[in-house]
Write a protein that binds this ligand. Sequence first.
Ligand code: KG4
Ligand code: ZN
Length: 336
Amino acid sequence: MKILSIESSCDETAAAVIEDGRRIISSVVATQVEEHKLYGGVVPEIASRRHCESICGVVRETLAQAQTELDGIDALAVTYAPGLIGALLVGVNFAKGLSLSTGLPLVPVHHLRGHIASNYLCFPELEPPFLCLVVSGGHSHIVEVKDYTDMRIIGRTRDDAAGEAFDKAARTMGMPYPGGIHLDIAAESGDENAFRFPIPKVSTSPYDFSFSGLKTAVINLIHNTRQKGGELPVNDLAASFRKAVVDSLTRNFFLAADDLGYDTLVLAGGVSANSLLRRRTLELSKAKGKKCYFPAKELCGDNGAMIGAQAYYEYLAGHTADARLNAAATRSIEMG
Ligand code: KG4
Ligand code: ZN
């Protein structure tokens, strides 16, 4: 079964043709990052406008690279939640129009379920059940993936998402948007023990995260150093901050895995590209005799392929939509 999938929830206009949820036939991502960089973050109105301009071309190019026309496609899929509402609406309305004009079934896909599914494209043997750490710019969840379309959140952030904390810390260190990757690169040549940041703990829930205190601690430290005219050891600061975030993520993730008896662990979302998070998860999994998976780096960020992968399983579960489909800025991954 070939699915043409569309993703426009934030600042990437993307589409893909995916076969049976597991094989990428073509995938095109048009990023707007250079434009948003000027403002230090995504400007929602600009994002919507650029999606409108790009979506036709991206879909055409995706079909061309797959060497197919729409009559070679069996279903359409689109990210409908969560994300920037004006951005989501572009993809949703485009997909609805395409579905109405072709008669192809339309599969709505939850963006975070898509991130999880990027692993299905990389690992043919991977099947639920497994425990997944979903870490992106807007979310930090520990999710029990009981089946392809049956998920339960057992841990979440109480304030900032991990990606958001990385981006804000990086911005204060003078790095361009989106800062997560720049902070990660700087951290590779820094001393992670140069600064000691507290590893946040949420007393009432052992699997929940909190990153805002950590973020404030690093921002205050940077401002104080600058006010005193001191030199900012950026690489050491990046390494120490990254260590605190990754320690917090892995501590809760492995605690949950042990408590609930999961031996298969999966990372997903933009932050799963983080070098230390990948290394540490691999090391801890090896030490505990667990299997771990994380997507190829090019599939960690937003893309259309992951939406097409999850759409296959949503379709098999009978989850299709008609012209009444609407976008939603917020919606739980549990609701699908
Ligand atoms: O999943 P994603 O592409 O978009 C959302 O759905 O939010 O995640 C983007 C987030 C950004 O905060 C970005 O800085 C972060 O993922 N990110 C990283 C790295 N690469 C991307 N954070 C830390 N280390 C990285 N290597
Ligand atoms: Zn995303």
